[in-house]
Design a binder for this molecule. Structure first.
Ligand SMILES: Nc1ncnc2c1ncn2[C@@H]1O[C@H](COP(=O)(O)OP(=O)(O)OP(=O)(O)O)[C@@H](O)[C@H]1O
Ligand SMILES: [Mg+2]
Length: 497
């Protein structure tokens, strides 16, 4: 029999109207990298939170390292060697790396803190995974990748046996992902077991020994990675055949509706492009290359230093996001928690908030409630948002389903020009296809889309042209016939062609 470090038996967790976990049983072998996959809302994060004791399941037993637990809590799970890295980091920016690593567990004699000891121990722990990072640096200065390393180190100094990561690669740049691969392999070599969640199937094949699939709160199967294929994983995950092609354009491009000349703002300089009716214009580049900043300036969310913007041939000054919306420009932001939705409000409320004035208000005050309901339902269906109903608070949705509400909110405004900043981050394979179809449908009805995406396949599959940026400068604009991954990457790394 295999030596299992973790055995979960009959785990169930329900919320009003939702069975988040439905009698799940699953085991994880000591020393393996075990991936967990499933559609948005399948119950992956809920499973993780049950293992770490962040939530209390209704029923079920967890045995860890040979001992059975019916009630875990975060403190106990940390003590017995379970570490976790959630998507939202738990760091204090003003404190140093070492202080964050030992947060709540400062070493010393009880009266004074032994900073040297903490620095040494943090440095030593990071060395174990091949990282040289100054323990005295404030966390506020670190990149996202390094912040994640601080989180990992925090588990390491507690002698973690099982490290769980919920979508760890989602916020990382390609280079950082590679570094994380190395770290995961180093952890594995030291006998630490890893569970990780990801929507990017290629990562599962790169990293995992086995993968467990969840669907609708239920356990589907566990597969050995060397004996499985992407197709098979998708089939188990979505329970249906998935047509992984990009929807083709049905209408020819129309007239130019937007022209941007020499747009300059914080972090971007002299960006010029045009956008035609019916077009999808992709923006590619490495993380931090200025794509988001360009759009923020265009959208009136960041200050424009110089440059010109023409809508339908007429120069316009967009001074605020309100201005942008009034002129028919919508933006689906990258950081949904901060800019996207109101978590404490319902799906219905969030879907209609952006278009209230335009569509739903009669005689200045009365909201057309019936239409509001129709609108919310329409997007729940179109985007396959998993929820017991439109009155559900967004805070109670899974990560990917929250992202769908952000998309719905902006799409519902019917803006003529829609800017999508990483629209499918955290979205499962099936829902991605739905989103591609929706974007295509939008442009086929005469709208135009600007799409920032770090996923090469997506940006190449959907765009008519691609603008490539590097360090705030425009490196080139490629026509569809010229698309090729190598070319884009070369431009993105600043090598002019
Ligand atoms: N606090 C809560 N209240 C009500 N429902 C909840 C709560 N937390 C989670 N759920 C529901 O439980 C289900 C499982 O959610 P979970 O976050 O585990 O999904 P997930 O597999 O992690 O999805 P994603 O890939 O989108 O992150 C979802 O339908 C979600 O809406
Ligand atoms: Mg999740």
């Amino acid at each position: 029999m295999a030596d299992n470090i973790l055995e979960i038996s009959n785990l169930t967790k329900t919320y009003p109207g939702v069975v988040a976990l439905d009698n799940i049983s699953l085991s994880v072998r000591r020393g393996e990298v075990h991936a967990v996959i499933g559609e948005n809302g399948a119950g992956k994060s809920t499973l993780i939170k049950s293992i770490t004791g962040a939530i209390v399941p209704d029923q079920g037993v967890i045995s860890f390292d040979g001992k059975e637990y019916s009630h875990l809590n975060p403190k106990l799970s940390a003590e017995i060697g379970i570490g976790v890295i959630y998507q939202e980091f738990n760091l204090v920016p003003a404190l140093s790396v070492a202080e964050n690593v030992f947060l709540g567990n400062y070493t010393g004699n009880g009266v004074t803190v032994d900073f040297k000891d903490m620095n040494d121990k943090a440095r030593e722990a990071m060395r174990r995974i091949g990282i040289e990072l100054n323990p005295q640096r404030p966390v506020s200065e670190l990149t996202v990748g390094h912040q994640q390393i601080v989180e990992i180190t925090r588990s390491l100094v507690k002698d973690v046996k099982l490290l769980i990561m919920d979508e760890p690669t989602a916020p990382l740049t390609n280079n950082e992902v590679e570094e994380l691969y190395k770290i995961i392999n180093a952890l594995k070599e030291q006998g630490i077991t890893i569970i990780f969640i990801s929507h990017r199937l290629e990562e599962i094949f790169d990293l995992a020994d086995r993968v467990s699939v969840m669907r609708d709160g239920r356990y589907v199967t566990t597969l050995e990675i060397p004996n499985s294929s992407t197709q098979e994983l998708i089939q188990h995950m979505v329970g249906r055949e998935l047509n992984k092609t990009f929807p083709e354009r049905k209408k020819p491009l129309g007239e130019e509706i937007l022209r941007v000349e020499d747009l300059t703002g914080n972090g971007v300089k002299d960006i010029s492009f045009s956008l035609r009716r019916g077009e999808i214009l992709g923006f590619s580049g490495l993380l931090g290359c200025g794509r988001t900043e360009t759009m923020q300036v265009l959208y009136g969310a960041a200050k424009k230093k110089s440059g010109h913007v023409y809508l339908h041939g007429e120069e316009v000054k967009i001074k605020s996001t309100h201005d942008a919306l009034e002129r028919g420009i919508g933006l689906i932001p990258e950081d949904r928690k901060r800019n996207g939705v109101f978590l404490d409000m319902t799906i219905k409320w969030n879907t209609s908030i952006g278009c209230l004035r335009k569509k739903l208000v009669k005689w200045g005050v009365i909201v057309n409630e019936k239409q509001e309901t129709v609108l919310a339902l329409e997007y729940i269906t179109k985007l396959r948002t998993k929820t017991p109903g439109m009155e559900q608070l967004v805070a109670n949705l899974s990560g990917g389903n929250q992202q769908k509400v952000v998309v719905a909110k902006v799409m519902a405004t019917d803006a003529e020009i829609m800017i999508f900043d990483e629209p499918t981050r955290g979205i499962d394979v099936g829902a991605k296809q739905e989103m591609y179809s929706l974007i295509r449908e939008m442009v086929d009805t005469g709208k135009a889309v600007i799409m920032i995406s770090s996923e090469m396949e997506e940006v190449m599959g959907l765009s008519d042209r691609i603008v490539v940026l590097c360090e705030g400068r425009q490196m080139g604009t490629l026509e569809r016939e010229e698309f090729n991954q190598e070319k884009i990457l070369t431009l993105a790394s600043g090598i002019a062609m």
